[in-house]
Design a protein around this ligand. Sequence first.
Ligand SMILES: O=C(O)C1=C[C@@H](OP(=O)(O)O)[C@@H](O)[C@H](O)C1
Ligand SMILES: C=C(OP(=O)(O)O)C(=O)O
Length: 429
Amino acid sequence: MPDAHWSAPHADAPVSASVSLPGSKSVTNRALVLAALADGPCVVRRALRSRDADLMAGALRALGATLTASAETASSVDYTVTPGPIRGGARIDAGLAGTVMRFVPPVAALADGPVAFDGDPHARKRPMGPILDALRALGARVDGDALPFTVHGPLTGGEVTVDASASSQFVSGLLLTAARFEKGVAVRHAGPPVPSQPHIQMTVHMLRTAGVRVDDHEPDVWRVEPGPIAAREWVVEPDLSNAAPFLAAALVTGGTVTVPGWPLETTQPGDTLRDLLARMGGDVRLESASGGVADLVVSGTGEIAGIDADLREVGELTPTVAALAALAGTPSRLRGIAHLRGHETNRLAALVTEINRLGGDAEETADGLVVRPRPLRGGLFHSYDDHRMATAGAVIGLAVPGVEVENIATTGKTLPEFADMWAAMLGDR
Ligand SMILES: O=C(O)C1=C[C@@H](OP(=O)(O)O)[C@@H](O)[C@H](O)C1
Ligand SMILES: C=C(OP(=O)(O)O)C(=O)O
């Protein structure tokens, strides 16, 4: 049953709030994979609880790992993960989660029997061909070129060339499991530039933290030596990309939003918000640094500046940046994000349609968006089952009375408590 539309709260005064974010989807789902493949039991602390993270936990359980939950809240959990032999015969539901559909098939290729994958209707449209071809080239048999597909392992590993221009997750997926392949892997990218490089750096960093030898000195080539993945304790950072709509609220309302626990060193692309929000007119400060984290404090004036930005590295921030651009006083051009057409929905088309439906002036380009200032009016903002479209609608609704967001529950993909957190942020005034 689709949810009733959510009336996006309109902010009639500057927001002043502190917002604590639950764990990063990207770190959680990497840590769970590495824990399930490790040489002993691991603890993953402050793991995200959300649809994508729960689907990953379910997938790894289906493949033979034991995950025991403790310290559980609505959006956070500590898992003790005990690896088991990877078993065939499983059916994996990837939902709409890129991390599940791209990170789990290489794990499944370690099994001695078939593993079947499927997902949401739109997930069947998300690009999968290059990673499935790579698994074939490395020795597995795969029936299908997109969801649904079945992986028949085992594979031996070795060298493979992949066009990862549609998703960095093709590279991350192969690397995460590669140490467990008999020959390891050498992945070479050939094609237009790979997006979301920080996410590949996150993969490489976490592999090295688990004692895996990774050579990434040559651009677009990643080599992983075969060997054990060390059991260890993982502590998941807050999700900095999910901080985006909350920090944007400071710019929209001319208020101040603080996110505690901001890591001073991180591979999360959300860290780029510090630069992007400053360029859009925010005052951005890291305060009270201690123990490797600080409070990120963003204040706005109520005036938003348009931006010309290449978002290729940080594509998942686009919906929030586009929402701010729709409220800005000067035009914006967002570039380097053609691959967003293969995300949870075609995000370029969705943003243009929904901004223009509210009276705005947005246009698709070959590799991004142009958004020009034009007064917006209330109306229905469709979310296309895309968590970040839903939160973009919430950002616009702060400034534009009468915005209704369709299916706000879709934020549960990575932030199940979004609507309550949004209300609390506004209630804090
Ligand atoms: O590896 C990851 O955790 C992610 C990589 C990126 O994917 P793309 O490279 O497909 O954009 C990003 O957009 C996604 O939200 C998470
Ligand atoms: C692109 C995204 O997700 P996924 O991991 O499903 O690719 C996203 O969260 O913005």
